[in-house]
Write a protein of this length. Structure first.
Length: 113
């Protein structure tokens, strides 16, 4: 039973990919102590600090933040549409139309203050 050279190359390539993929997480988890090996005395690199730790938020707070961001985005889009921007039409002057609508919206906001 002989196998074709293409099959041999495919097996070789698959084995190389799998071996590289199994080694990559080990390097990613190392402490960064120079040689890529395990961290020695400077293992404080992997400890989170107060500045790098994300603020603890609840699921309800994240949902409220997403809802607020979506409302802000929709309000901005509605303002641009009221100033002449139409996102649904296929317009070759797209950037110019959007910029003109933004200028009108900014002028209207400045005039109302």
């Amino acid at each position: 039973m002989t196998s074709s050279p293409a099959k041999k190359w495919a097996v070789l390539l698959a084995s190389v990919v799998l071996s590289v993929a199994s080694v990559a997480p080990a390097f990613a988890q190392s402490g960064g102590g120079g040689g890529g090996g395990p961290a020695g005395d400077d293992s404080d690199v992997s400890k989170p600090t107060a500045a790098s730790k994300p603020a603890a938020t609840t699921k309800a707070e994240r949902k409220a933040a997403r809802k607020q961001a979506r409302a802000k985005k929709n309000a901005e889009l509605k303002q641009l549409e009221s100033n002449g921007y139409n996102p649904s039409r296929n317009d070759p002057n797209y950037p110019t139309d959007l910029q003109n609508a933004q200028k009108k919206a900014a002028a209207g906001a400045a005039a109302s203050q």
